[in-house]
Design a protein around this ligand. Sequence first.
Ligand SMILES: [Zn+2]
Length: 237
Amino acid sequence: MKIDLAGQAALLKLTEVDLELNQIKAQLQALLDSPELKTLQSDLSSSAEELLVARTEFENLQTSVRRSEEDIRLVTERLVRDRERLNATSSPKDAIGIQGEIESLGRRKDELESIELELLEQLEDSQKKLELATVKRAELQAQMTDLQERLTAEIDAVKARGRKATADRLILVDKIPGEVLKKYENLAAKQVAVGKIVDRACNACHMVISSSALDQLSKLPEDEIGSCPECQAIIVR
Ligand SMILES: [Zn+2]
């Protein structure tokens, strides 16, 4: 296969550009699969769940406190009415009955007030939990915004390098005859496709080449490409 020296240089450069393109592809994939992003996504989804649980608990407690206040209000109203009735009655028998009811309402009111006190303590704890969950979620959301911005910037930079390498590749490919390019593509799909002889070794596979094979390679015309007897890579001058 014939290819002039400029074409041979382009072929060698093409291996570098293709190597870079492969690295770019891997870097892009690594950025898209960012483990940091995955961790943060899972943290965000569990924080959303925590926040929902905390908010529901807080709202349920608020409802219980309101109900308890209403119960106390009703008992207090009945107590006020009973005391008025007690003051108004002239029957000692009625007075004893009302007095008994007042005592039992008083005990009920004490019970309700201690229940309310407990509920208010729970509400206070629940509010703290809700505040913490809200702050935590906001922090995670801020982290996510930062990470996405950083990843987008990195992805853009890698893509820009990819566009440059792709443009370089087109220029190089133009300098290489079709049949040599085809041979290159076939080789490049499975191995380092192009090498040079450096210190009697092929620098594609790093194997030392026998003297007779070196002899044959050196006898080839300048515009004729040879192949490495060890790895079949195209050997350029
Ligand atoms: Zn080789």
